[in-house]
Design a protein around this ligand. Structure first.
Ligand code: RAM
Length: 335
């Protein structure tokens, strides 16, 4: 008689504990948190997907979300939005920074007032934020871009990079790793002839592509580690005599690149899911604002459908490795 009862008691206790801990992670996020997203620019399809992912997460945890930001990817354009959000006393600001240093004093002011700051997509210097939600390890993205272009051009020939803005922290970090990868002996026959900047502006990126083709008649590839740049370069090349001669690759969204893969302008390119990036960033911000994490390495938090995530070195939370898209898999993706 006594034994079974004790077992029941133990089971009940376990169930209660499990229930309590499951409840604790869900209930840890305060309700009604005001979380504002500031993308690099509001009209960039990549940023829109990322922001929508963030808003979906905020809805999940019962917060109040909004997206505000400039139409150009300039740092000074983001400052006014940071200042307004600070005055409004948002609980958290989630920002894709257009410059590593220029925004830091304004974000510091926000943090001094108790607002939590999370960078995502493009970081600031570490003292400008509590956490950086990074799409993937920057070194692997950069090295991966060179490995991909090398495959596309048979490891030989001139190529150019068409980047975003000259101050974009994410692109500059990736380009640094691309240059590092290029030092390996297997790339001795490849030559980076120019880094051009399309400023994440479709028209400027289009014109820069034209300029690269004119200036470098032997160009074998353009690598654009920006979704705006790669789409503009592909659009230009798809109707030019360079189609089939100059490879276009880099980072882009499957929906923007699908037509160019189908018409043979683009063989392969890479990306992560920007919606998941925004989603993870929103959860990171909400956990900071709820006090469940402080931003220290080793702390973990629950990120809704993405599960448990742990803060790595330098306050970085990583989403996961990128996907390579080509004609064999592009139709499996819809973003
Ligand atoms: C553009 C932006 C963004 C970058 C993607 C790949 O949309 O520059 O910051 O992560 O490309």
């Amino acid at each position: 008689m006594f034994k079974p009862l004790r077992r029941v008691g133990t089971l009940t206790l376990c169930a209660a504990l499990l229930g309590a801990s499951a409840l604790a992670s869900a209930a840890d996020i305060k309700s009604g948190l005001k979380v504002a997203f500031v993308p690099k620019q509001i009209n960039n399809p990549y940023e829109v997907i990322a922001d929508n992912g963030g808003m979906a997460a905020i809805k999940d945890f019962g917060g109040v979300g909004k997206v505000v930001g400039p139409s150009d990817a300039g740092a000074s354009s983001q400052v006014q939005y940071i200042n307004t959000l600070t005055t409004q006393r948002q609980d958290a600001i989630v920002i894709a920074a257009n410059d590593a240093n220029a925004l830091v004093p304004y974000l510091k002011k926000a943090m001094a007032q108790g607002i939590k700051v999370v960078t995502f997509d493009s970081d600031t210097a570490p003292d400008g934020r509590q956490l950086f939600v990074n799409q993937a390890d920057a070194e692997s993205i950069g090295r991966g871009q060179i490995q991909l272009v090398s495959k596309l051009i048979g490891g030989e020939g001139e190529f150019a990079i068409l980047s975003a803005t000259p101050n974009a922290t994410n692109q500059n970090t990736w380009i640094k790793w691309m240059q590092e990868e290029l030092k390996k002996p297997e790339y001795s026959k490849m030559k980076l002839v120019k880094i051009a900047y399309g400023n994440d502006d479709d028209q400027k990126s289009f014109v820069e592509t034209q300029g690269l083709l004119q200036a470098y008649p032997n160009l074998k590839a353009i690598v654009a580690p920006t979704s705006v740049g790669i789409a503009a370069a592909a659009r230009y090349i798809s109707t030019s005599s360079s189609k089939g001669k100059v490879a276009v690759t880099g980072l882009g969204t499957p929906n923007q690149m699908r037509a160019f893969v189908k018409n043979g302008t683009v063989k392969a390119f890479q990306l992560w899911d920007p919606g998941q990036l925004g989603y993870l960033a929103a959860y990171a911000a909400a956990n900071l604002a709820s006090g469940t994490i402080t931003g220290k390495e080793g702390e973990s938090f629950e990120a809704g459908k993405l599960g448990k995530r742990t803060i790595g070195p330098k306050g970085e939370v990583i989403l996961g490795p990128p996907t390579t898209f080509d004609s064999s898999n592009i139709d499996n993706f819809n973003f």
